[in-house]
Design a protein around this ligand. Structure first.
Ligand SMILES: [Fe+2]
Length: 278
């Protein structure tokens, strides 16, 4: 393992953080299948992502309420007594005020399934199927379950994963990634992506193996992409609004979602819908 500095830009602003890992340049091949992939019918297929309308106001309220309930229950489950009337997602960091407690909460919220939510996740999968023109499901065959993550990022924290591609993990090779802003998501905190980066071949990418990168003491499942042959990774925040979703190919480089809001926790929902194989 060696300690390296990851330099990157988000909306032209420079960021640096230390990553511990073994880094290597990949083989001369493109993992993104240019024909018959889940975004190949979309006019934005070369960009790799788009922002789409996903919810009516009523549906969004139901989803946000369900997420609030899950987080409140997670906090109670780790033995922290909170006054539910006082609690609000944007003030999460006032209630969970140590790294130790936060890590216990996210141990629960990073690993949820359809039945944890009071909304019909399969109906959502259908909605994105209709947009993309491919049949999608919430069932992940390799994991034998659905997988949903609520991402909680406290203000002024390193609650981030490194720049990465979900598609490096075998069970995320043929999916659509859906990122949904719930609370505190804005131009200071929204998920950054590197436009067009799904078209970069492996020999132009310096990265670690899976579970091979450590940031701030936390080991991440996904490999960390440190840089490309063009140097530092240039990212931008598409910043979807309430009721919208950011959808992208799993080969698009994304991550490093630093929350620069001074006093607002950022909450987002991550869905991954595999393509139905016939
Ligand atoms: Fe990811």
């Amino acid at each position: 393992m060696s300690l390296k500095t990851c330099h990157l830009y988000i909306d032209n602003e420079a960021y640096d953080f230390e990553v511990d890992g073994d880094f290597f340049w990949g083989e001369s091949r493109l993992l993104f299948k240019e024909k018959d992939n889940v975004i190949s019918k979309m006019p934005w297929k070369d960009k790799g992502f788009d922002v789409v309308n996903a919810f009516t106001d009523e549906e969004f309220t139901l989803l946000k309420t369900s997420i609030t309930n899950i987080i409140v229950n997670s906090i109670k489950n780790i033995g922290v007594d909170i006054d539910e009337k006082e609690f609000g997602l944007e003030r999460y960091h006032k209630f969970i005020n140590t790294n130790e407690l936060h890590n216990k909460v996210i141990d629960i919220t990073r690993n949820l399934e359809n039945h944890d939510f009071d909304v019909d996740i399969d109906a959502l999968a259908n909605r994105f199927s209709n947009i993309l023109g491919y049949e999608l499901t919430s069932w992940v065959e390799e994991l034998q379950k659905s997988h949903i993550q609520i991402r909680i990022s406290r203000p002024n924290s390193l609650d981030i994963n490194p720049p990465h591609r979900d598609g490096y993990l075998s069970y995320w090779e043929d999916i659509i990634n859906v990122w949904i802003p719930i609370e505190g998501c804005n131009e200071q905190s929204s998920l950054p992506v590197c436009p067009g980066s799904h078209l970069i071949p492996e020999n132009d990418i310096l990265r670690t193996e899976s579970k091979g990168a450590k940031i701030n003491g936390n080991v991440y499942y996904v490999p960390c992409i440190l840089e490309t042959n063009k140097g530092a990774i240039q990212m931008k925040r598409p910043n979807p609004k309430q009721g919208e979703a950011l959808i992208f190919t799993p080969y698009l480089i994304h991550g490093a979602a630093v929350n620069k809001n001074e006093d607002t926790t950022r909450i987002s929902l991550e869905l991954r819908f595999p393509r139905v194989k016939h």
